[in-house]
Write a protein that binds this ligand. Structure first.
Ligand SMILES: [Zn+2]
Length: 295
């Protein structure tokens, strides 16, 4: 897609660190704000007008699009089924792709994100997509695990499919590793907020064999940052934790992604320079994504 050519100009500016949460220093200001010599360091109990203060409770660590699930980190207990619906019974959601069977469930929201992506693939002449698996309950994952074994299926409670944010995508013409659909996803999924979660050269990090068919929704700008830096999801979350924030520009729009540790109920201080989205990382903190930034 021509529009997306602009995305090739993704610039990831690393290490714009917003230290306020972890220190008393106000010397590191986020992009978009200029330091004013007349502004004195502020007291913790009197937040400045240009700062948003909000409470985060511990549950939020386990909610959102950026939850990490792998062989060590489980799907949060009592995780809802992510509003998954049976796609076969909701044909209005099935547009431009096939279904392997009549049991596939996926949330309407995720299905729409997927549809937006493959409509762009169709414009590139790639149009033989098939969804072979969507949301799976722990019980369904157990059945799969019993059938396929630990080499192929994740241990129940440790599958991204049970988060409701992953799906397996096939091609009606060939195996995904060879099919145009697999190649297209590898090159383009990031533009639509998806990642090919288990790449060939990251098996030592993900702990999972190469799965060109398994895509995971994380949203923008996260997928773009991972693509630009060639990071697996685990690596992205580690870098974010280490750097505290990552700033990126996508199609001329600036995004700032912050990591905040959350021990229990926590108060966050974020500059009021745009709109926000919050997701837990499923281990020890939340990620605040600031977008629509007014410079
Ligand atoms: Zn999968």
């Amino acid at each position: 897609m021509r529009n997306w050519l602009f995305l090739l100009a993704v610039i990831v500016l690393m290490g714009v660190v917003y230290n306020r949460f972890n220190s008393n220093s106000d010397t590191d200001l986020p992009i978009g704000q200029t330091k004013n010599a007349n502004e004195m360091p502020t007291e913790e109990n009197s937040p400045p007008a240009n700062e948003l203060t909000f409470r985060i409770d511990a549950d939020q660590v386990h909610q959102g699009n950026l939850l990490l699930v792998n062989e060590e980190i489980a799907v949060p207990p009592n995780h809802a089924d992510a509003k998954a619906v049976n796609l076969f019974k909701h044909q209005e959601l099935v547009d431009g792709f096939g279904l392997l069977d009549n049991k596939i469930r996926l949330s309407p929201e995720l299905t729409k994100q997927f549809t937006t992506m493959i409509k762009h693939a169709a414009l590139d002449g790639v149009k033989n997509f098939l969804i072979s698996s969507g949301y799976r309950s722990d019980k369904e994952q157990q059945a799969l695990y019993d059938q396929l074994g630990p080499e192929i299926a994740a241990v129940p409670g440790h599958s991204e499919h049970s988060l409701g944010l992953a799906l397996d995508v096939g091609s009606t013409t060939a195996q995904m590793k060879d099919a145009p659909e697999g190649k297209w996803l590898k090159q383009n999924a990031w533009k639509y907020g998806f990642i090919v979660r288990y790449p060939e050269d990251k098996t030592d990090i993900t702990g999972v064999i190469h799965e060109p068919w398994h895509i995971r929704y994380v949203g923008l700008p996260h997928s773009a940052i991972m693509q630009a830096n060639h990071w697996a999801f685990e690596e992205y979350l580690d870098h974010l934790k280490e750097r505290k924030s990552i700033t990126t520009i996508l199609e001329g729009k600036t995004y700032i992604v912050y990591y905040f540790p959350v021990a229990s109920n926590t108060t966050l201080h974020v500059p009021t320079i745009g709109n926000y989205e919050i997701s837990g990382n499923n281990t020890d903190g939340v990620i605040v994504t600031v977008f629509d930034i007014v410079n």
